[in-house]
Ligand binder design. Sequence first.
Ligand code: SF4
Length: 344
Amino acid sequence: MYPKTLLDYDSDTLKALLAELGMPSFRYKQIYDWIFKKFVFSFDRMTNLSLKERVMLNENFNGVVPQPASVFKDRDDGSLKILYRLHDDNAVEAVAIPAEDGRMTFCLSTQVGCAVRCPFCKTGESGLIRNLTVQEIVTQLIILLRYTGKKPTNIVYMGMGEPFNNREALFGSIDVFTDPSGLGMATRRITISTSGVIPGIEELSAREGEVNLAVSLHTADNDLRNKLVPINKTYPLDKLRRAIQNYTDLTGRRVTLEVSLLKDVNDGYHDAMNIASFCEGMLVHVNLIRFNYYKGSPYRPAAELTEKNFRKALKKEGVSVTVRKSAGSNIMAACGQLSDRSDG
Ligand code: SF4
């Protein structure tokens, strides 16, 4: 028996293993259809395979899709978080966020840990452990699909890790999700959220498709951003602004700037004015996100009134701005709360 589930293998290896078991080459496509189109995760239910082949698959693979180490559901908003243990015993988390209007967003991780080490983020505490493979990113989606029973309407790369620091697997997984013979997601339903890795923004700008870009800005003050988003030392605000401008010029797509308001850190009137100047003349939208406190964090969320005033100040300056409701905070599944430990 191969020690892994079917989905643990990349497509070339899997094709070779199926051939080794004596199956014709079209079986790969049939199995792929069962998983990605019909959301069937049991060999026994793949009825266009012969009984003998189904028995053989059961005997040789440890199932279709890995079992998550744990699954948590938020009692208030229905968000679902899975902890997926990898073969080297590392683990990553992924989250499914349902909305009242029927939308279902899957938030996926691209790395174990993160080298950017934003001090307000639980994922960054451990530094980078390793990049995920395409297969490991795709498997997160399949596990969420299995547990929610729903195809996502949106995918956001906003889980653990900096997506643009693992570009090969990031874009490889997007190719899998948008494959019309599989899941067939529209590129405009996919968003990459970056801390501001300019080579990644440039690569995305040059790619075909309509993948959305979100940038975790948090502040438009270079000194403060060096502390809050340390990658700012490599890609400072003026260069970041040019890269965003270039993306919007080339794609015509609006960029979302994420701002998590931290009490007495970046929530003052002058902070709002700095952001308004940064946004001037740009095709951007500001999303104010409530900071999700986790045990041990030195930061606290800004007061609701402060958040309201911040929003008002931006609006007055003509900035397009909304306050995003944070999902999954009861199960430590909200932005910046994900880690490789099961503490949901
Ligand atoms: S906020 Fe994002 S970029 Fe920053 S440490 Fe966390 S995962 Fe990395």
